[in-house]
Structures are given as C-alpha cells and as structure tokens.
Design a protein around this ligand. Sequence first.
Ligand code: GDP
Ligand code: MG
Length: 400
Amino acid sequence: MTQLQVILAVAAVIGIAGIVLLVALVRGRGRAGKTTGLPAQTPPTPAGGASGAGSGSDADAAESSPGPLGGLSVDTVEPDLEAFAPAPSVERPESASGRLQRLRARLARSNTALGKGLLSLLSGGGLDEQAWESVEDTLLSSDLGVEATMELVSSLRTRVKVEGSHDEETVRGWLRQDLLALVDISMDRSIASSRVEGRPAVVMVVGVNGTGKTTTVGKLARVFVAEDKDVVLGAADTFRAAAADQLQTWGERVGVPTIRSDREGADPAAVAFDAVKAAAEMEADVVLIDTAGRLHNKVGLMDELGKVKRVVEKLSPIDEVLLVLDATTGQNGLRQAEVFAEVVNVTGIVLTKLDGTAKGGIVVAVQRKLGVPVKLIGLGEGPDDLAPFDPEAFVDALIS
Ligand SMILES: Nc1nc2c(ncn2[C@@H]2O[C@H](COP(=O)(O)OP(=O)(O)O)[C@@H](O)[C@H]2O)c(=O)[nH]1
Ligand SMILES: [Mg+2]
C-alpha cells in the first residue's frame, strides 16, 4: 500500500517536472525565434508626459499606430538593430488642458508688478488721493488701457468707501472679481478644429512679422494632434523659402503634412487654396494657414490678405481667423490689430510673449478694442508653451 503510494508520488513529481521543462523550452524558442515585433508588454509612454489625454483613444492609438517611440520598448532583451530602424520621429505633444497651470509661474513671475503692487497699495489702508493715483499708474503700466483702468479704480474706490477697513484677503477678492469682469468670462474662446458640414475647418493665422505666427501655427498643430485630430498646414508665407521650411519642421515633428511651394515669391493665395483643397481630399479635421505680415505698406497687406481670403473662400468658408499679437508691443500692437481687423474678420486673438512682459493688461485692452476674445496665449518658445486662455487661471496668476 505505502509502496504504491510512494511510486505514485514519485511518478507525479517526475510528470510535473517534465511538463514544466517542456513549457520552458517552448517559451525559450519562441523568444529566440522572434527578432522583430516584441509583444508590447507596456504601452509606449508618451514622450511629453501627456497623461490623461482621452483615456480611451490612447489605447486605440497604441494599437493602430507605431506609437511615439516606435518599436522602442523598455523590455528589449538583446540589442536588436531592426527595432531601431524606424526612428522615433513623431512626437506625442502635451494635451492642452492644464497647460496654463504648468505655465502659471511664468505669467505670475512677469506680472508681479501688477498683482503685488496693487495688493500692497490697496491693503495698506488709509488710501489717499496719492495712493489711488499709484493704483492707476500700476494698472496703466500693465497696458490695461485708460478706460478699463478708470472702471476698475472707480469700482475699487466705491468698495473701499463702503467697507471701510479691509484686509489683504478681502482686497484680493475684490480685485479678482473686478478683473474677471474686465476679462469677460462669458466670451466663447473655443477654436474651430473639427470638420464642419463634411469638410475640414479652415483656420487662417494673420499678424505682423515677428509676432509669432509660424510658431503659433506649429504649437497649435501640436494641440490638435494631442486631441487626435488630422491636421494639414498651409505655408502661405511665400516670401522666404525659410518660412515654409520653419513651418514644415513644426509639422514633421508631429507627423502633420505641410502644403507649400518650393518657389520663393509664389502666390500665397494659390498655396492657401492648395492647402485647403489637399485637406479636403485627405478628409482632415482642420487646416491651418500661416500667412505673411509685412506691415510696411498697409495697402499691400490689405491686397494680399484680402486675396488669400477671397481665393480660399472659392473653395470653403473660413471658420477662424486668429490674429497674433506680440504682448510686449503695447499700444503699437493695438494699432496693428485695428489694421488687420479692417481686412479680415478676426475671430480670435493669440497673445504671444506674455512670458517676457508685465503687461498682462493688454488682454483686456485688445479684447475691448476689437470686441473679439483672446483665445490663446504664448508663454515661451518651447513647443508646448501655448495655452488656451482661461480667464480664471489668468486672473489668479496675476494676483497670486
Ligand atoms: N518668449 C516667447 N517667444 C515667442 C513666443 N512666440 C513666438 N516667439 C518667438 O518669436 C520669434 C518670431 O516667431 P515667428 O513664429 O517666426 O514669427 P512670425 O514672423 O510671425 O511667423 C521666434 O523667435 C519665436 O520663438 C512666446 O510666446 N514667447
Ligand atoms: Mg512666419
């Protein structure tokens, strides 16, 4: 009896060991035989650390496309030259939501003159005429504009009078409320980026040279790519071949095609037309058209932009015209804005270079001047240093 049990037990152990050995052998072979296409054990991590950008679509993207890092997975067992062949050329940009939070420090740093100055003045108590003048000066120096400054000061004076004594927190609350009212939280700041009635959305980007148009188009393309949109770029600044190269480089980084002419001085309207046509054929979601902006001759600019607009409109309505303004140019920028608004129907403003200036008040001034919302702000030269304009985050950064 016991002998039989021992024999059975030994047989069972040998059997199990055999099976384990067999499985190990088969597995080893499977691995050695595979030179490419390592099973994706961990999904490729986006290079820019864009987390939470549409959880469902991330998985889809990992399935259907090579992914931002191509075949480079961390668990590669041995150096495999083939896996490196398709160079990881396409980046996965940071999603737009929450960018202003990341960039908030830049805004706050450059605008401490406004926020801190005002707070210390107002919470000092016992405001006399001279102190109120200082408040005005501080606001004016931020490019808020005369009209908005007068409104804000008058509102604050009334509150101070009514409330009597006040601490810094109370004053901060008043300021926040008044600034939010000036920035106007009710304006629609969405940007056309989805197909409209079966065709791509058409976005034209205009502004004086050097304000940051091409950079903005490049950054915006990244925002849309992060939202899984199919984007096409049109290089309608045809004065220098370098301008089209600059745009194309932005596009290539995120796998977006650029429609361009290789001929310097080609007709910008023709290139814009071709870009819109190509986008329609590719069934893209949105086409972004970069333009030239030589302002030395207003008539010439009118003619050229007007023509681009008319020619494009033979093919498709233009859904969005973004005017790019350099925030550091102050009143000069406002005059430019007026000129452009005469030629094209501006639907949104992009304020660039807000990282290098304490003139955040320009947001309010330009919105008032044109009656058009600031939709995006540029806060640096990095590829993802463009943020949707969020009034609350903006005001908080000013007075934090
Ligand atoms: N600091 C800073 N620089 C910017 C910003 N946007 C653009 N620039 C820089 O401004 C310069 C002109 O930009 P570009 O796009 O070529 O201007 P364009 O002539 O209007 O197309 C470049 O050096 C950009 O890097 C921004 O938000 N912040
Ligand atoms: Mg340019």
